[in-house]
Design a protein around this ligand. Structure first.
Ligand SMILES: Cc1cc2nc3c(=O)[nH]c(=O)nc-3n(C[C@H](O)[C@H](O)[C@H](O)COP(=O)(O)O)c2cc1C
Length: 218
């Protein structure tokens, strides 16, 4: 697999072909990409909602009714699938314990002391962000963006087109999906599917700042 080529040829899809749907096997791979995304101290402070039906996509598109977001609403409706990336609104100790117990079930600890040490480390970082840096929500949302990046690259590797979408009203989406009651907040969306002939961005050359500007060596 030529990963540099994937990076250079993936693009933000600006128009999807509504008649093309992502096959079930590839949707399953997308679910795996989301679930296995890395996060600081394996905190996984996220939840992903996947919409595939017209009704579900229309619910999400309610958050794009502002004229500035209207073009994103069209992408959401024409896409095969739309992922709503949510962050937790709190990072309670019970969640840290749940993650640690899952790691124990998955066989990551040689003994109880190793498990206790891992939980202690996890609590240290969670406490640092809660009490000292006071940026727990921001910290959790950074992790959510790692999942977005994982999905964007992975989708391209699967030959699936994608649009990352920040242009939506998070408050409306939280409301229509009842996210607040679930302890979640919407952060970013990704529309997935296959480009149509109207996808002008597929024909444009990629543009990035020069390597010398963004990368240096010590
Ligand atoms: C976090 C994030 C949010 C974005 N939001 C939107 C959006 O709301 N609508 C849209 O059409 N493109 C959106 N984009 C696409 C960017 O404009 C695009 O990634 C950038 O111009 C680079 O182009 P490329 O993805 O084709 O390489 C977003 C990209 C990212 C990473």
């Amino acid at each position: 697999m030529d990963i540099a080529k994937i990076a250079q040829t993936r693009h933000t899809c600006k128009a999807f072909d509504p008649s093309r749907k992502i096959p079930a096997g590839e949707v399953e791979q997308i679910r795996t990409l989301l679930r296995f995304a890395p996060s600081s101290v394996n905190s996984q402070p996220w939840h992903f909602i996947i919409a595939a039906t017209d009704a579900a996509k229309a619910t999400i598109a309610k958050a794009t009714e502002h004229p500035m977001y209207a073009a994103n609403g069209q992408k959401i409706m024409a896409a095969s699938h739309v992922v709503v990336f949510c962050a937790r609104t709190t990072l309670e100790d019970a969640h840290l314990v749940e993650v640690t117990e899952q790691e124990a079930r998955d066989g990551r600890f040689a003994n109880a002391d190793a498990q206790a040490l891992q939980l202690k480390s996890r609590r240290f970082y969670a406490g640092l962000h809660r009490f000292d840096l006071k940026d727990t929500q921001h910290w959790m949302e950074k992790q959510v963006y790692l999942a977005l990046g994982t999905l964007l690259f992975g989708a391209a590797a699967l030959g699936i087109d994608a649009t990352p979408i920040e242009g939506f009203d998070s408050r409306i989406l939280n409301d229509v999906l009842g996210l607040r009651e679930k302890g979640l907040t919407s952060v970013v969306l990704a529309a997935l599917g296959y480009r149509s002939a109207e996808d002008f961005n597929a024909r444009l050359p990629k543009s990035r700042l020069p390597a010398a500007t963004v990368i240096s060596e010590l």
